[in-house]
Design a protein around this ligand. Structure first.
Ligand code: ATP
Ligand code: MG
Length: 254
């Protein structure tokens, strides 16, 4: 069965894209068929997958607006061994252009039906906002992975996200659930980070991934080579952490 996961947090710079790319590559390296969908006009997941965003004629924008089938937009991200639905700044206009369209919240879910049977995992890299693009991700998803940095304001933002998930559950997607919370850019020497991590453990218990992603320079460098970190420095701490996360996710029964 296909598992569709939205990687989301409306807070910017928490590691959504890094998680999307490296989880996609780690699941693919474990022999799973993976599709990564870039839902962010910044196109960071596209570039980090080794695809030049400015030269693309078809992107997720064209699928959302209905001018192209998702299968016509799909490309192979050769550096990561997964398939990619790319994005670029065209997508910034989608929100306004979709306002007058029917079923605007479920357009991605509908278009995914064409290809979803071909994959074990579909990952969606959401933008840092609770907007219509993120809503399309949440409506299409079975569950949500929430990357977060263990800092003071992290918990505050989390309640807005949890409320949005509840709203989506009561309207478009009753079975949507939280798959897991992921601690990113973790520095164990930071006392506040430890405290926030303890609080997360208390609040979310088993929903908190045991795998913790450390702050690691190789993870930050890899996108500039258009590669997931495992093909940049396989044995780096960041690479090993994302491989461990993939293993943890693979152990969850479908
Ligand atoms: P946005 O909200 O803008 O989409 P994001 O949540 O997708 O951001 P990323 O782009 O993944 O976050 O990460 C933000 C920055 O931090 C990037 O420069 C990235 O390379 C770096 N980064 C992410 N994770 C790590 C890590 N574990 N160690 C070191 N640097 C990291
Ligand atoms: Mg991002």
């Amino acid at each position: 069965m296909t598992k569709i996961l939205a990687i989301t947090n409306q807070k910017g710079g928490v590691g959504k894209t890094t998680t999307s790319i490296n989880l996609a590559a780690s699941l693919a390296a474990a022999g799973r068929r993976v599709l990564l969908i870039d839902l962010d006009p910044q196109g960071n997941a596209t570039m980090g997958s080794g695809v030049e965003k400015s030269t693309l004629t078809n992107t997720v924008y064209h699928t959302l607006l209905g001018s192209e089938k998702i299968s016509a937009v799909r490309i192979i991200a050769t550096t990561g061994k997964y398939d990619l639905i790319p994005a670029n700044r065209d997508l910034a206009g989608a929100e306004i252009e979709m306002v007058d369209l029917n079923m605007r919240e479920t357009r991605l879910k509908e278009s995914l039906k064409d290809v979803q049977g071909e994959y074990d995992y579909i990952l969606m890299d959401c933008p840092p906002a609770l907007n219509l693009l993120t809503l399309n991700g949440l409506c299409a998803a079975h569950s949500v992975i929430i990357p977060m940095q263990c800092e003071y304001y992290a918990l505050e933002g989390l309640s807005d996200l949890v409320n949005t998930i509840k709203k989506v559950r009561s309207t478009f997607n009753p079975s949507l659930r939280i798959e897991g919370l992921l601690r990113t850019m973790f520095d164990p020497r930071n006392i506040l980070a430890q405290q926030v991590s303890d609080q997360l453990q208390q609040h979310f218990g088993t929903k908190l991934y045991q795998t913790v992603i450390p702050r690691n320079i190789r993870l930050a460098e890899a996108p500039s080579f258009g590669k997931p970190v495992m093909y940049h420095d396989k044995m780096s701490k960041g690479s090993l952490a994302y491989q461990a996360l993939a293993k943890e996710i693979l152990e969850v029964p479908a």
